[in-house]
Design a protein around this ligand. Structure first.
Ligand code: NAD
Ligand code: LMR
Length: 330
């Protein structure tokens, strides 16, 4: 019904009012680092997600512009921007899901671990905000090195007494997305029909594709296995080198982050023991409380067993590094 008086921004106000009266379903999602290379396309895609009713865009730069731009999209989510540390708490209060792509990306010649010194502090501060303002939110952590930033966030939450391992998730979905694409190329299939489990962590040998468990069932020669394992493990570096100093994967990452966030939101809506390490990327079933079931690794062949041992060894070091970072600072 047409309003008697036009009010700028009234479409957002009307949608908020509807929700307050229980008229519109949806979740509240914050993106921290929303003005960055990943943040911007991620914000765009989350604004298109029908499960999102409120979208908070937080960064230390440029959020007014990004927010104004995205807010003109005629989709359901109400968008609000937050700029700088003193608006972090407002950005986080009441959120159901917090996605974190804040931090610096690699340049050619760097490892993800080379980002530790800068990104560890950023992730720690943002995690403290989450512990204070939305301790029940599901957290999707993208900032690298993921193998160490997830343990950093876990230590912050433990210290605050809010840690729930079901709700803290490092995002390694890009490895799965890449694996599906590269395996589909070798098999001559549509990548949408291919499902490759990738477990472990998110750097080099800790990225462990389980090629013996690809669906649809198939087999690979030793040469194909080695080519695919190496391409999947080095997919990030392939993009860093192609971008030649202008950053790392942003567009495919935003796509992967949305795939993962959407699965988390569907879990929250109610749809639908792997290793001794405290942090290990696995296939999971997501539900109302976050991770409801961790699927076992399944049978591994000899090549994968050797890869698993290498992955666990390196991952254990990165986890220790993340845990000790918090001990050093407190
Ligand atoms: P970018 O530099 O383009 O954007 C990062 C954004 O973070 C910037 O807008 C910056 O202002 C913001 N930022 C910095 N400090 C902040 C703080 N304290 N609070 C809030 N925001 C802050 O980088 P990018 O390409 O978007 O990559 C971001 C991170 O994601 C990097 O660490 C990168 O290595 C990582 N990454 C992870 C994956 C993965 O698979 N998990 C894939 C690609 C990139
Ligand atoms: C990726 O896998 O693309 C990211 O982790 C970014 C990087 O530094 O490789």
């Amino acid at each position: 019904k047409r309003r008697e008086e036009f009010v700028e921004g009234s479409s957002s106000l009307w949608r908020e009012d509807c929700r307050a009266k229980g008229g519109s379903p949806g979740f509240k999602v914050a993106i921290l680092g929303a003005a960055g290379g990943i943040g911007q396309p991620l914000a765009l895609l989350m604004k298109m997600n029908p499960l999102v009713s409120v979208l908070h865009l937080y960064d230390v730069v440029s959020t007014p512009g990004v927010t104004a731009d995205i807010s003109h999209m005629d989709t359901g989510a109400v968008v609000r921007g937050f700029l700088g540390q003193n608006q972090l708490e407002d950005a986080l209060t009441g959120m159901d899901l917090v996605i974190i792509p804040a931090g610096v990306p690699r340049k050619p010649g760097m490892t993800r671990d080379d980002l530790f010194n800068i990104n560890a502090g950023i992730v720690k501060t943002l995690s403290e905000g989450i512990a204070k303002c939305c301790p029940k939110a599901i957290v999707n952590l993208i900032s690298n090195p993921v193998n160490s930033t997830v343990p950093i966030a876990a230590e912050v939450f433990k210290k605050a007494g809010t840690y729930d391992p079901k709700r803290l998730l490092g995002v390694t979905m890009l490895d799965v997305v890449r694996a599906n694409t590269f395996v589909a190329e070798v098999l001559g299939l549509d990548p949408r029909e291919v499902n490759v489990p990738v477990v472990g962590g998110h750097a080099g040998v800790t990225i462990l594709p389980l090629l013996s468990q690809v669906k649809p069932a198939c087999s690979f020669t030793q040469e194909e296995t080695e080519y695919l394992t190496s391409r999947i493990q080095n997919g990030g570096t392939e993009v860093v080198e192609a971008k030649a100093g202008a950053g790392s994967a942003t567009l495919s990452m935003a796509y992967a982050a949305v795939k993962f966030a959407d699965a988390c939101l569907r879990g929250l809506r109610g749809d639908a023991g792997v290793t001794e390490l405290p942090f290990f990327a696995s296939r999971v079933r997501l539900g109302r409380s976050g991770v409801e079931e961790i699927y076992p690794l399944g049978p591994l062949n000899e090549y994968e067993r050797v890869g698993l041992e290498k992955a666990k060894k390196e991952l254990a070091g990165s986890i220790d590094k993340g845990v000790s970072f918090n001990e050093m600072k407190t």
